[in-house]
Design a protein around this ligand. Structure first.
Ligand SMILES: O=c1ccn([C@@H]2O[C@H](COP(=O)(O)O)[C@@H](O)[C@H]2O)c(=O)[nH]1
Length: 284
């Protein structure tokens, strides 16, 4: 891959522009089998393709950031991956940023390959950002981070996830500093160039006591809706953070309004407006 560094915009500038314009809510595209059935679609590769096409039509022109959950596509093999490629390209063509929620994590040489799969502009699955697990060591993510920096993309490192099982690992601590906080601090160090190449994942589902003030990058906060968090909870959970970087995410709670694209779009816009209003802004 060759990237002309003189023209690659930073993730920071691309992210700031679209979020200022379209607001702070990441729309998840999670074709759960139950949702496929609710939408009257087959639980198959053809079903996830149709699901993805409806989501792109409804969400891509209005959502700032869209997060396809890779697991629900890859369970249908090559047909699922083909559908995912179309979703990614369709969302990006309409101006939404795409986070591939693949949660990749491996030794550095393999992370380089994951980086090429999801962050290389030449890849068929080229996205704007990738979720990654730093639990093989934050440094193992370096090849993907390096590619993201060169291409104006972002790596979201899991810090304090929204699920209840994360605590024993993520809150383990040494010298009074938790694993989750160390991941946030490592991401902050990688962001000192102002590019916002590193984001973190911190669930919106509970108070976490983490210091995100020095991150200078996006905070992806899943858990709105189906996992119980509400827009009104956000200020309490992320009170000490720079809320301009907060990106709450919702999948099922919005997707349940499908398959009518107008209803789906309206559900996204209503959830987005609730988030913006609770964070003290209103989109005109
Ligand atoms: O800590 C995390 C990290 C990722 N996720 C993902 O976000 C969505 C949430 O879906 P909902 O339907 O809004 O619950 C899903 O793709 C998860 O894999 C998360 O929930 N928590």
């Amino acid at each position: 891959m060759s990237v002309d560094l003189s023209v690659a915009r930073t993730f920071r500038s691309r992210y700031r522009e679209v979020v200022t314009d379209r607001g702070r809510l990441c729309a998840g595209i999670d074709p759960h089998p139950e949702l496929l059935e609710q939408w009257g679609l087959p639980v198959s590769g053809a079903g996830v393709r149709a699901f993805g096409e409806i989501c792109v039509e409804a969400l891509a022109p209005v959502a700032s950031v869209i997060k396809p959950q890779v697991a629900f596509f890859e369970s249908f093999g090559s047909a699922g991956f083909a559908a995912l490629e179309s979703v990614i390209a369709g969302c990006r063509a309409e101006g939404a940023l795409v986070i591939a929620d693949a949660k990749r994590g491996d030794i550095g040489s393999t992370m380089a390959a994951y980086g090429r799969a999801w962050l290389d502009p030449a890849s068929p699955m080229s996205s704007d950002a990738l979720t990654a697990s730093p639990y093989l060591g934050f440094g193992s993510l370096e090849p993907a981070i390096d590619l993201a920096r060169r291409t104006g993309r972002c790596v979201f490192a899991l810090a304090r996830t929204s699920n209840p099982e994360g605590a024993p690992v993520q809150l383990a601590h040494r010298d009074g500093v938790s694993v989750a906080q160390r991941i946030i601090d490592a991401a902050a160090s990688a962001n000192t160039d102002g590019s916002a190449t590193l984001g973190v994942v911190v669930g919106a589902t509970r108070e976490h006591g983490l210091d995100l003030s020095g991150l200078n990058g996006p905070i992806l906060a899943p858990g709105l809706g189906a996992q119980g968090a509400s827009a009104d909870d956000l200020r309490g959970v992320f009170g000490g953070s720079d809320l301009s970087w907060l990106l709450p995410a919702s999948s099922r709670a919005v997707l349940r309004s499908g398959p009518d694209p107008q209803h789906l779009r309206a559900a996204y816009q209503q959830a987005r407006d609730e988030v913006e209003s609770s964070l003290g802004r209103s989109l005109s």
